[in-house]
Design a protein around this ligand. Structure first.
Ligand code: ADP
Length: 485
């Protein structure tokens, strides 16, 4: 099959979260499985600066796109990687900036314009690439206009072949909601803007547009697919999603073990595997040393990596740790986000300088090192569409402690589900007491070497490889293909 993936972030070129990892791994796997794969993504400033080093080549393809009454020019850059064609969309004013969506904690005010332009570029590639993509698979709100653009092109006869569309929702909370006037930049008939189209309570909702106009919808775990059809997690779109429930599938993300592994990993000083775990202890010691914590192998080390947002449970994590830090534990935290929580974790460090280490910012190498060094990974998310860090932790023999929500339900096995198969800990009620109690349970296992060893071994054997996951996507694509032709 000939598939074009469209994404606003793509690892290793641009990344703010799991979306970048997911599209990179999906593309690579589909290509390996023999499909023709193109991936299209914006050419952000930091990528352009390294264009030569990365081997990007400017194509002989100038984009001339309308945004309402304005004509905006763009360029297409190309790279062949892992059997895929990667296309970077250049536009000096819109994309040549340091950030992906924001700078200094403030979203770019012209994000709707930036991603309408990008979506039109994707449509252009879908229509005019010589290899004629059959499927266009878009991700999240930033590319959610593409299915409507293609629908319109097909309905108006501008696009003469059938192109199937699929939207993957990585996080329903981010919908791209803007004033209705923004819709004018799409240069589409206003007939598409209405309660059964792009409009949502008077505004223009990008994600809803994708939900309504894509042939198929997927989200990143079976549990989250169920949750978003209810009111609690539905972020006001549960009704719209309900209407499309027959076209909505939950597919648990895979983990890219080419990148996230403990045996061949340039970020790790010591390699290790289930057969020889001594490297894990050495990585723990190296991290303790690097971050100025006492180098004691006996003390359980808890790690946390991610956006410091309420979604990730940081508001219950801090009080739970305040309770726990009186005991003999260490806590290492890597992340950035809300200033309030950044300050609170810094306060925790000030209070317990020999137990807590904090790195505010984004650091991929340190993320690998923490995941390898820690004994437990804390992920008490309020909601979690899929979550990747728990899968990475499992592979690194670091037992995840998670709240039972979304993809965390689908990827972690608690001892209460199966003592023999358990590979992590789950709790249900979203409060710091329950989290603290679960941390205590984890510590009890830590001090029972046999139980700990079994759980660690189960964790490292858990397999979320992309080979199986990618086939679930091709099954979805094929079902569309049957439908549209
Ligand atoms: P989300 O996409 O909701 O942010 P995921 O768990 O799906 O959460 O994916 C997060 C990804 O981003 C993981 O690969 C994680 O290691 C990485 N990550 C998040 N914050 C940081 C950070 N501060 N430094 C390095 N990597 C980070």
């Amino acid at each position: 099959m000939r598939i074009l993936l469209a994404t606003s972030e793509l690892y290793p070129y641009s990344k703010t979260g799991g979306l970048a990892d997911m599209v990179a791994a999906l593309g690579k796997t589909l290509a390996r499985q023999g499909h023709k794969v193109g991936v299209v993504t914006p050419l952000y400033g930091p990528i352009l600066q390294k264009a030569g080093e990365l081997g990007l080549e400017r194509m002989d393809w100038n984009l001339t796109l309308m945004l309402d009454w304005r004509t905006v020019q763009g360029s297409v850059w190309y790279l062949n990687k892992d059997g895929q064609d990667i296309y970077f969309i250049g536009q000096q004013e819109l994309f040549n900036r340091p950030g992906i969506y924001q700078e200094n904690g403030h979203d770019y005010f012209d994000n709707p314009e930036r991603f309408i332009f990008f979506s039109k570029a994707v449509e252009n590639l879908a229509m005019y690439l010589p290899w004629q993509p059959e499927m266009v698979h878009v991700h999240d709100w930033q590319t959610s206009l593409v299915p409507l653009l293609l629908t319109h092109s097909m309905e108006s006869g501008k696009l003469k072949r059938a192109v199937g569309t699929c939207l993957t929702i990585h996080n329903l909370a981010y919908q791209g909601v803007y004033a209705s006037s923004v819709f004018a930049m799409a240069n589409l008939p206003w007939g598409y803007f209405g309660p059964s189209g792009s409009e949502f309570y008077g505004n223009f909702n990008f994600l809803k547009t994708g939900i309504v106009f894509s042939d198929k919808l997927t989200t990143v775990s079976p549990q989250y697919a169920k949750e978003i059809q209810g009111q609690e997690y539905g972020a006001n779109l549960n009704g719209v999603l309900n209407q499309r429930q027959n076209d909505l599938v939950g597919i648990l993300n895979g983990a890219d073990y080419d990148v996230w592994n403990t045996e061949k990993n340039p970020a790790l000083k010591y390699s290790y595997s289930l057969k020889n775990m001594s490297g894990k202890a050495k990585n723990k010691q190296a991290l303790q040393e690097k971050l100025g914590l006492p180098q004691n192998p006996q003390i359980p080390l808890f790690g946390n990596i991610g956006r410091m947002a309420e979604q990730k449970g940081i508001d219950i994590l801090i009080p739970a740790l305040e309770d726990m830090l009186a005991g003999d534990i260490q806590f290492v935290c890597l992340g950035s986000g809300s200033a309030k929580y950044e300050e609170q974790v810094n306060q925790l460090r000030a209070q317990y300088p020999d137990k807590v280490a904090v790195y505010i910012g984004y650091n991929n190498e340190l993320a690998h090192q923490i995941t390898a060094a820690a004994d437990f990974f804390l992920m008490p998310s309020r909601y979690e569409p899929c979550g990747l860090n728990q899968m990475y932790s499992l592979r690194y023999g670091t037992l995840p402690i998670v709240r039972a929500t979304g993809g965390l339900v689908d990827s972690v096995i608690d001892p209460s589900e199966s003592v023999q198969e358990a590979d992590g800990f789950k709790f249900t009620n979203y409060n710091s007491n329950h989290l603290a109690r679960t941390i205590l349970k984890a510590m009890a296992v830590y001090y029972s070497p046999e139980k700990f060893k079994l759980m660690r071994s189960n964790a490292m054997k858990a397999d979320f490889s992309w080979d199986v996951t990618a086939k679930k996507y091709t099954a979805v694509y094929e079902s569309i293909f049957r439908k549209v032709t």
